[in-house]
Design a protein around this ligand. Sequence first.
Ligand code: NDP
Length: 270
Amino acid sequence: MSRFAVFGNPISHSLSPMIHNEFSNELGIDLSYEKILSPIDEFEFTANQFINEGGLGFNITLPFKVEAFNFSQELTSNAIAAGAVNTIKIDNNVIIGENTDGNGLVNDLEINLAESLSGKEILIIGAGGATQGILKPILDKNPEKILLANRTSEKSVQLASEFLKYGKVCGFGINQIKSKPVDIIINATSASIDGAMPALPGGVCKGALCYDLMYGAQTPFMKWGLENSARKVSDGLGMLVEQAALSFNFWHAKSPRTDSVISLIREING
Ligand code: NDP
């Protein structure tokens, strides 16, 4: 049986084994997919061990995506743009790194939520690893512009300047966000994990889609969106399942259905 896995620390919460098992059942592919807790300073050792035991591919989650980038012998264009890797494939003994996070988000927005990105004004809040992964795939869809706001403004200014070669993106501080409506707001901060959200002017959200990368029935950011006349709100579960589907395709050259898996997880989580 071919072996796949997800590496992280912590990892017990990961839904990836369940998602990949659903995909493999649907497509009749015999595989095992396990969670591997890597010690914080031993990612390379743990990954090499898995490969030496015959592992054919693995996902990488926090905090190892940059280490996985450095560990890869070849990189896809998505991985190069993101500077991080969330999917590794062993192909003829070569370790190939890919990043499916950004296109996972784009697929969730375009296919599941029927949102076109072309010509839209998109505000992204946060300038961490997730933002690095989503910027190029969104810019590839030709939005009018991306406004990139971060608590530490130096980070969003720097990131915006690095991605200017892919499209129109402007970096500034969260406290400089204007109370003027945009089309889509993406919360790519980790604030929701602590049940919080950055202070934002309500006017920016009127008529917008508010999308939280974090998943959960109703995150603080989604609640804020509903209270401030958002057109639609969404959590990041669809992105999680879509990025998994793209990883699955990278390994098996087959595209699984995602809608039934998204519904199943929503059902289980109430
Ligand atoms: P990072 O730790 O790399 O970055 C965190 C970002 O959040 C930084 O920009 C930080 O700002 C900002 N931040 C944290 N707390 C606050 C706060 N209280 N107010 C304002 N800004 C804050 O995290 P990631 O980029 O890796 O992850 C971001 C989110 O995306 C997480 O919730 C993660 O779960 C989610 N995610 C979801 C995925 C999915 O498939 N649905 C995939 C990947 C990520 P500063 O720079 O000032 O510190």
